[in-house]
Design a protein. Structure first.
Length: 183
């Protein structure tokens, strides 16, 4: 089912701090008959959503120094039927779980193309045939996942998470700024 079969020109909110990515994705989604509203920060995203309630949203997890999870929570409070895909270049199990708990429909890692995003937006149920990896996560990846989990438990507050982990705030910040290893 295409977006136009569901609604004529459905409104989609795209929020990401990468302006080039937004421009390319906006054009691709408009070619698929979406009306695309773009914001580059959480406050602008909330303002656009309040003025023009979207049927769909594509939200980056990290928008500058802000968390896209705040925007997911706000969008669901405005309309719990909004279908949201969370995008991230910093995939972690903890943030994926939080995004889904807060109301996101799907969670994709970057780079994701327009077709993958539209498929995720229109997907109604999980896939039981999803492959289960036989290879355990590396120690570095497990550490990164644990840091993300503790950070989520402290509502994204790096200082509080660092205290809970018994480490210096700047050390935690440096570890979080690194891209996670893949396995």
């Amino acid at each position: 089912m295409t977006a136009t079969e569901e609604l004529d020109n459905p409104r989609l909110l795209l929020v990401d701090d990468d302006e080039t990515f937004c421009s390319v994705l906006k054009n691709a989604l408009e070619k698929r008959d979406y009306e695309v509203l773009v914001a580059y920060d959480v406050a602008s995203g909330i303002q656009l959503a309040e003025q023009n309630l979207p049927e769909y949203a594509v939200i980056d997890l990290r928008i500058g120094l802000e968390s896209g999870l705040e925007l997911v929570k706000k969008l669901i409070s405005l309309d719990d039927n909004t279908r949201i895909v969370m995008l991230t270049g910093f995939a972690s199990i903890a943030t994926a779980v939080e995004a889904i708990k807060l109301g996101a429909t799907h969670y994709l890692t970057k780079p994701a193309n327009a077709d993958e995003i539209v498929t995720a937006l229109l997907k109604n149920e999980g896939d039981t045939s999803a492959a289960i990896s036989e290879i355990p996560l590396s120690v570095k990846r497990l550490e990164w996942e644990h840091l993300q989990k503790v950070l989520m438990q402290h509502d994204g507050n790096i200082s509080a998470a660092a205290r809970a982990l018994n480490m210096h705030r700047r050390s935690l910040q440096r570890k979080l700024d690194k891209r996670p290893v893949q396995s």
